[in-house]
Design a protein. Sequence first.
Length: 423
Amino acid sequence: MDKFKKVFRQLPDPRAANARHDLLEVLFIALAAMLCGAESCADMAIFGQSKQGLLRLFLRLEHGIPSHDTFSRVFRLLKPQAFESAFRRFMGAFAASNGLDLTGVAAVDGKALRGAYERGGRATPLHLVNVFAVEARMALAQQKAPGRNETAGALEVLELLSLEGCIVTADALHCHRAFAAAVLERGGDYVLAIKANRGRLYTAVTQQFARSGKRSIAERIDPSTHDRHEARRATVMRNTSLAALYGFPGAAAVGRITSRRRRRGQRADAVVVRYYLLSKYLSPKRLLHVTRSHWCQSALKLARRITVIGASRTSSIGFSMFISPRTTTAPEKTMLQKTSPFCAGSPSISCVPTQTGPLCVAKSSAPAGTMPSSQQPSVICDSPASSGGQSRISDPRPVRHRARMRRPDTSRRPSSPGRRPVR
């Protein structure tokens, strides 16, 4: 707790002077709740109530556990820039105290967040650029892409990091001079996918492999999983002339990955060939590992689900502390229930305090991926403020159905003589 206070003590409290709950205590309870799987401010309040005895061992809690409204109000008022700076210091201290190695492969990728859009902007959801440390299995940084421009967002997020000892991987969208120069400037190396949209540079890379020359080759056959068999071959050739001929900073070698996959009971898929630009020479075996590690950042998208609960359609602040699971966990197993012990915890950690939306959600018995049946679902409020802790039922119809109330059918009403029935 002392280290936590040392990091967040400089964070200004945006509330009035007569605020009852200490800001550091609110943040600590929120962090502990999110580490145990909480997904909303109501979950944070429930977690605090259930673990109040444990929390009092190192927190004063003069006025008890903050309510869900208090958590929501605090995270709405906090200044995003100040909170981000404090949380980055906390992440650095967390990694150092737990012996996490933040060097190695750092995967850069952008994702559009499903449902995270303002009213009327469904076609332009929030777009984030993530930097994921593969060996530590931790998200190093997240940055909102300005104007949904992932290229600009990647350049901004690189400026926040020290990349000493890191190999930065990215897809073909980021294979350009500015990105390569930014990685080298921060002390790192890069392995960038390159495609035909790079024009002459791509042609030069492919032609080099078509010609004879000294090259290193390694092949890896992955064990059959998910009813498929895959073999990948890596070829690496040195080439320092690309930097001078095409003005691409730091290019020192080129790589090629050839993938062959066969599904059980089916013909082999078409051979897939990918090309890469390298800022330093890597062995083919190392290149296989680096390129495969880049896709580990997809776990960040899956487990985070972006728990941006209220931020999906409202402006909010947020932070992300993510430790990727070794295996994926079904969403229904990570949902918090009032009867759960909370600290049973899910293997993934995603801390995104946000401005929460409505706490009442529609609950349907329909299986995942299907439309709910015609029976009326119930609206359950998980707010701890509900009387007696019982579920409070308002209108048995979900909100989206209330606006679709049908007008009474007047076609069957007895009509007066000489008048046509109203339809």
